[in-house]
Design a protein around this ligand. Structure first.
Ligand code: KDG
Ligand code: MG
Length: 384
């Protein structure tokens, strides 16, 4: 079975998505997500100019060899653009292989290890009343685990936000105290710091949040400095999650081997696809670290479906972020995955279970858009 066509589809139904569509000589179509928020066109060019021409005529079954060919053969390794492009090829090939086998992809990855995947949704509010309404709305939508963001921290999606670390460190424990008082001790609660603290600030926050029993504290320091987590870890038992901006196993090496985190946040879309993320999560499993795959709206339904197949199959699944897509996105990407009773399931359709409606995609052309930024009161650019 040979790859006959490799096309890159860019569409903006609710936001920009980049999708690789591979077609084989016997007519199977596989999809891979290559969306890199705010840098979408860099991956489009990488795929269209440098990867697609190399794929034509290759054996569609040779997933590992194609992965190594794109990684080692390029000489230039790692990086978000390269690894998102490789991920899209990898997922599209797994999609094709599973369709050829007539099975949902998770069966080829070892079969289901559980009946469904615990998902968390995003609650936010400018004050406690708004936050409480937001948590209730998520519970009504079926979520059994909730990420809590509030007030001084970036709830707005404006282009720029003013960030005050001292106010944040002062206010956040009180927010969790109020949420626990209202919603009880058993609701799993998560929080994302978005890389904004120094190691000693993060250590202090982790310790201050211990009474509220967080499921995890995410990205408490800039993720690229793995050593910083040693200090944080030595001061707090609040579980730590990191890695949504990582793209290879090398970014995790000391975090996993020294057991400095509890959850690995990489997505299939940004960490080299099913083949590479599985390697990361297998190494994590040796150190009792679980998956906590990134699942914001900027990962397309194709990337989300791939994550669900992998999450269902691995033993060390932890939790899945699920930001839910809008109606127009669901019209472009038809999905077999389901969400009920707080659990996601990839469904039983052969492959990854997502098809792309090209006519619908064509109705929503690319529009340039960027992530917001954060600045301190004096104007200094801070981490997002
Ligand atoms: O593209 C970046 C976003 O996906 C990121 O800001 C979302 O931190 C995020 C999360 O945890 O979903
Ligand atoms: Mg995050």
């Amino acid at each position: 079975m040979l790859i006959e066509a490799a096309e890159v589809v860019v569409t903006n139904p609710d936001r920009n998505f980049v999708t690789l569509r591979l077609t084989t000589d016997d007519g199977l179509v596989g999809l891979g997500d290559a969306t890199l928020n705010g840098r979408e066109q860099a991956v489009v060019a990488y795929l269209a100019e440098h990867v697609a021409p190399l794929l034509i005529g290759r054996d569609a079954h040779a997933i590992e060899d194609t992965w190594q060919f794109l990684y080692r053969g390029a000489y230039w390794r790692r990086g978000p653009v390269t690894m998102a492009a490789i991920a899209a090829v990898d997922v599209a090939l797994w999609d094709i292989k599973a369709q050829a086998a007539g099975m949902p992809l998770y069966q080829l990855l070892g079969g289901a290890s559980r009946t469904g995947l615990l998902a968390y949704g995003h609650a936010s509010g400018r004050d406690l009343a708004e936050l409480s309404d937001s948590i209730r709305a998520l519970q009504a939508a079926g979520f059994g685990a909730i990420r809590v963001q509030t007030g001084v921290y970036g709830v707005a999606n404006d282009a720029s936000e003013v960030w005050d670390t001292a106010a944040y460190l002062r206010d956040l424990p009180g927010v969790f105290e109020a949420v626990r008082a209202e919603f009880g001790p058993s609701l799993p609660l998560l929080h994302d710091v978005h890389h904004r603290l120094t190691p000693i600030q993060a250590a202090r926050l982790g310790r201050a949040l211990e009474p509220y029993d967080l499921f995890w504290l995410e990205d408490c320091t800039p993720a690229e400095n793995q050593e910083a987590l040693r200090l944080v870890r030595s001061h707090t038992t609040t579980p730590l999650a990191i890695g949504e901006v990582f793209n290879t196993i090398w970014d995790y090496r000391s975090l996993l081997q020294e057991q400095l985190i509890d959850y690995a946040r990489s997505s299939v879309t940004h960490a080299g696809g099913i083949s590479h993320l599985r390697r990361i999560l297998d190494l994590a499993a040796l150190h009792q670290i679980k998956s906590g795959m990134h699942g914001p709206q900027d990962i397309s339904p194709v990337g989300m479906a791939a994550a669900l197949h992998l999450g269902l199959a691995i033993h060390n699944f932890g939790i899945q972020e699920y930001a839910r897509h809008g109606e127009r996105t669901n019209e472009v990407f038809r999905q077999s995955f389901t969400f009920s009773d707080g659990l996601l399931h990839p469904g039983s359709a052969p492959g990854i279970g997502v098809t792309l409606d090209a006519d619908a995609a064509g109705r929503y052309p690319y529009q340039a858009a960027y992530l917001p930024i954060a600045r301190l009161r004096d104007g200094t650019l801070h981490d997002w």
